[in-house]
Design a binder for this molecule. Sequence first.
Ligand code: ADP
Length: 194
Amino acid sequence: MINLILFGPPMAGKGTQATMLIETYDLIHLSTGDMLRAEIKAGTQLGLEAKTFMDRGDLVPDAVLVGMIQSTLSSNPDAKGYIFDGFPRTIPQAEALDKGLESLNTSIHMVLSMEVPREELRERRVKRALASGRTDDDPEVFEKRLDNYMNLTFPVKGYYQERNKLTEVDGIGSEEEVFARLKAAVDSLASDQG
Ligand code: ADP
């Protein structure tokens, strides 16, 4: 199995790159943002609860996310591996993910951290807000998401750095340029493992 985390602030381009990576490496794309939006669309209880947090730019409580990830891991026993996109976003989520993978006798192999400066994120937000219609792309909500990223999610980088799993990748450039950087990092991992 090969398990990757795509890490980075909102608007870093994780979803776009995850789509390109799953085609190349035949992995399962696990985007917690997409999963939560699907729950909202389906009008489930979980979706209703999550929506109030998401609309404010806040993180959905860890227990909800951990439950969602655990059920996905256990319902795909034959997976070749995963790309986690938008998860883990807190240290408790990272710890829960480690435990969940351990029970499948596997682990996270690499965390690809997409580095994009704040000003560029803000410029991208303006463009995406027009196309996405997502309420969490509104300017005030987006600022809240950036704050939450710095306070709650950024420390997750240190968690993986301490475990020698972190690779930083420049997230500025065309989709293809960024993809080439990510692919080079993943391929170096494959050749390390022989
Ligand atoms: P983006 O792709 O813009 O970074 P996402 O689609 O990943 O945003 O997430 C949208 C929202 O869903 C987040 O702002 C948050 O409210 C919620 N969410 C997604 N993943 C998580 C998570 N792992 N923990 C808590 N909340 C989450």
